[in-house]
Design a protein around this ligand. Structure first.
Ligand code: OAD
Length: 257
């Protein structure tokens, strides 16, 4: 895809911002992993477009904390499908570009809704996983937890080797609260403030990811949206790069040199 001229001009403006900045926040979502071949949740080809699921249950219901409790096999069927999609995939140039920003600026944070672990794979260290990670499994009854890069060979639904209770991924399912430690870390970094805030590859539907951008815009902090589609933030942000994340971020980095 050839980047539109408006996005190129915006990339130069954002590069100028980064030259002056000492801190940046990236709020990221499924669109960042789209170039890795992972489906997004919403939009064409998105996971929620195939609603209802083959089982006749809306995906939001199948992937809920309630279904995990009452029908673990059904919830796990969909969890395993998402994990399978991640398994052969790798981080892409969008993840790499954000890691390069972290290496260059004194303080960069990523607050991601993605559960695929790709930001860390790409070398980013300051990553807050607001929706948890598929790479950690934990028992629903005892303290047992294990890091696991792949679910290959895992019996689904899995049971705890210690107490035989149901094991689940350490992710946020529908109807569940965000992990308190991630929320605390996120709030602490937001209190410190950022010189520039990016929203990348997310539909920004959840208030906790749109609010920092809305607030920054209100107080005059530079805001950037990178997304080939429209969101409720598109008309709010100061700089809009209407392009895929990898291409847009590479254009920003190229202009930043
Ligand atoms: P969505 O699927 O809602 O939105 C993906 C966004 O990425 C859309 O705005 C697309 O236009 C955009 N997009 C698509 N391809 C892109 C590309 N190559 N580069 C940049 N952007 C691109 O995904 P999220 O906003 O992450 O939560 O969804 C938020 C949460 O909703 C998910 O974490 C998940 C879901 O319910 C839970 O499972 C708890």
């Amino acid at each position: 895809m050839v980047m539109p001229d408006a996005a190129r001009a915006a990339a130069r403006e954002v590069a100028a911002l980064l030259r002056e900045a000492s801190s940046a926040l990236f709020l990221t979502g499924a669109g960042v992993s789209a170039e890795s071949g992972l489906p997004t949740y919403r939009g064409t080809g998105g996971l929620y477009e195939r609603d209802p699921t083959d089982d006749g249950v809306p995906i939001e219901e199948a992937l809920s904390g309630e279904t995990l409790r009452t029908n673990p096999a059904l919830a796990w069927k969909h969890i395993a499908a998402i994990e399978r999609a991640c398994r052969g995939a790798r981080p892409n140039r969008a993840h790499a570009a954000m890691a390069r920003v972290e290496a260059r600026l004194p303080r960069t944070w990523i607050a991601t809704q993605n559960v695929d672990g790709f930001h860390r794979d790409a070398g980013s260290k300051n990553v807050i996983e607001l929706h948890g990670t598929l790479r950690r499994l934990r028992c629903t009854r005892c303290e047992h937890a294990e890091e696991r890069r792949s679910y290959e060979g895992l019996a689904v639904p899995p049971s705890c080797p210690r107490c035989a209770a149901l094991v689940r991924p350490d992710v946020v399912l529908f109807g569940e609260r965000l992990p308190p430690r991630a929320v605390q870390a996120f709030e602490a970094e937001l209190r410190r403030g950022f010189d520039v805030i990016f929203s990348v590859g997310t539909s920004s539907l959840f208030p906790y990811v749109s609010a920092p951008v809305l607030q920054a815009a209100r107080f005059g902090t530079p805001t950037v949206e990178i997304n080939p589609g429209d969101t409720e933030l598109s008309t709010v942000v100061r700089h809009r790069l209407r392009a895929p994340a990898g291409e847009a971020l590479e254009a920003v980095l190229a202009a930043w040199r």
